[in-house]
Design a protein around this ligand. Structure first.
Ligand code: NDP
Length: 329
């Protein structure tokens, strides 16, 4: 049966995204075929499209989706035909009506989580899970601790604000407008800084924390925030640099880490955490639990037809989305 999928022939702007007819065959060993009800939009899709993270060409896009399992390959035991399922997974290919893909990181979706919610939260929510629960400073994080989270009103950011509140953390969120700051506060940030109108956010972090700085900075903005993030850390603090929406982080002189107070830097990626089925399931279970408890609600700020993926990318890059967005096949 003929299906549709979004491809790029070469890296470039949103105009490179083309919806084309494809054949979707039967799953091989360790694979499933899934029919998508919704696909997630993520900033990593922009890096794939523009060549920041190069893909073999022509390439499909999309790392996150939710739908119904249509066929199961040999050796797959945790999923059956007819199961509701959701995933954040490599390789890209979620922008499609249906696809064959590795089953390892595909999880059974609880009946009380809607498909569009799942598609909007798997990659972002699993990212927040590993950032707040596994990427920790020496001694871990305790209720009351200060953390700094950049782009706090984005897809990952709004989930982080709520999850941090559930953990009792004091999350200082940064965002690019007063409206976004208000949204971060509404979702559980204890403080918010508009880093466009007040670029010296590190000075404000010092004020808020009584001069000490934060235990962890979660930085997905990269080039524009890197220096201020280092300046926001408490001694022995941890800078988790997990993205570069404003461009890559500049080369670092390791001596800087001593000068800033024996601080630590890590550059984690979700896909290391999802590399075994056991880890993917354990992380997914925690995400499903916190969403079902009502402590984390997923804000879907944009819904686009699959054929409008280019517009979705334009809106994401223009910083217009307040929360997550989905593509609907
Ligand atoms: P967002 O919805 O957060 O969108 C990105 C946000 O970055 C924008 O809304 C904007 O918020 C901010 N931003 C700052 N500077 C720029 C700029 N120059 N251009 C565009 N945006 C800018 O996206 P996602 O929730 O999908 O992802 C958030 C970040 O997390 C991304 O950088 C992504 O790559 C990273 N990520 C990393 C993972 C990992 O494991 N390493 C996994 C998942 C996501 P504002 O206007 O408030 O500044």
């Amino acid at each position: 049966m003929s299906e549709k999928a979004v491809f790029i022939e070469q890296p470039g702007g949103p105009e490179q995204l083309k919806l084309v007819e494809v054949e979707v065959g039967a799953p091989g060993p360790g694979e499933i075929r899934i029919r998508h009800v919704a696909c997630g939009l993520n900033y990593i899709d922009v890096y794939h499209r523009n060549g920041t993270y190069p893909l073999p060409l022509p390439a499909r896009l999309g790392m996150e989706g939710a739908g119904v399992v249509e066929a199961v390959g040999e050796g797959v035991t945790h999923l059956q035909v007819g199961d509701r399922a959701a995933y954040a997974s490599q390789p890209p290919g979620a922008y499609a009506t249906a696809r064959v893909m590795p089953a390892k990181a595909v999880l059974k979706l609880p009946n009380d989580i809607a498909f569009d919610t799942a598609a909007a939260m798997m990659l972002k929510g699993l990212t927040v899970q590993y950032l707040l629960r596994k990427t920790l400073p020496q001694g871990g994080l305790q209720a009351g601790d200060f953390v700094l989270f950049h782009a706090a009103a984005g897809g990952v950011g709004l989930i982080a604000c709520q999850w941090a509140r559930a953990l009792g953390l004091q999350l200082i969120g940064t965002a690019g407008s007063d409206e976004k700051c208000a949204l971060a506060l509404e979702h559980g940030a204890t403080h918010a800084i508009n880093y466009r109108s007040q670029p010296d956010f590190a000075a404000q972090v010092r004020d808020i924390t009584g001069g000490r700085g934060v235990k962890v900075v979660y930085d997905s903005v990269g080039a524009d925030t890197w220096a201020g993030s280092l300046d926001s850390l408490a001694p022995f603090g941890l800078l988790a640099s997990f993205g570069g929406a404003s461009g890559p982080v500049p080369p670092i002189n390791i001596g800087t880490l001593a000068a800033k107070g024996s601080v630590y830097v890590t550059r984690p990626t979700l896909f290391t955490h999802l590399s075994t089925r056991e880890s993917a399931q354990a992380m997914g279970d925690e995400l499903f639990d916190i969403v079902r408890s009502g402590q984390v609600k997923v804000r879907i700020a944009g819904r686009y037809a699959l054929g409008d993926a280019a517009q979705a990318h334009r809106d994401l890059e223009a910083r217009q989305l307040l929360g997550s967005a989905v593509l609907l096949p």
